[in-house]
Design a protein around this ligand. Sequence first.
Ligand SMILES: [Zn+2]
Length: 254
Amino acid sequence: MGQDPGRHRSLRERAQDYWDARLSSVPPFSAEEYFALLLDRALRALEAGDGGISAVLSARCHGFEIASFGRNTIRSQRNPLGHAETNAIRQLSELISLSPHAREQSISTWTSPLDVLRSDANIFTRKIDDPRCQSILYTTLEPCPMCTVATITTGVSSVLVAASEEWGGALLSGRLGSLPTAWPELAESQGLRVCLASSDPSDTASFIPPELTSMLSEALLANRKRLDDQVRQGGILSALTIGEALAELVHRRD
Ligand SMILES: [Zn+2]
């Protein structure tokens, strides 16, 4: 469980009120639809003791979308690479490497956003009335350098970010240019587009309502200090943690 179950429960209750009010009428493929579902994934992360951060990679081609939902798993899986964006990308790449039959078994059908909200699956597919091939990453927090490099290497067409992150982010406000030259150069050659979600309803491609933005921010901040402190004090896989696991192994073999 997270650090403050009462607060998390109330955030989930408020999220449920928002989903009840909005989810049935939100336009398919809108930024609000993705971020409404990402709020649930961020809360699942928080409830597992992880950072309340989530991302979905929407890969579209030939009139179909495959959407891979990832959430932060660094603490629950003791995985330093378990950032939301990295998990979304990894799940999609694992899916693509399966046989066609296994691939089909691994994908859930998305007919309504409630299918995603109520499901434990991470990968969904649905038809889209647009034959273009593109991939869009929606993320609740500006990606860190690791996830930025993974995003560029993946060949993502555009990234929509709900909250900017001056301290650890690497994509917005010229921060991409502060990475080693390879990454801004590769991003530019691909034509990678990056933008921050908008609170202006006329900005249809990137609008998310302030109420949703505020809950997403609350989710990502709720467990943050605790996780940052753990990294500051030796890391998710600190020598101490590894030492304990090894000591147990040695003890079992004695
Ligand atoms: Zn990251």
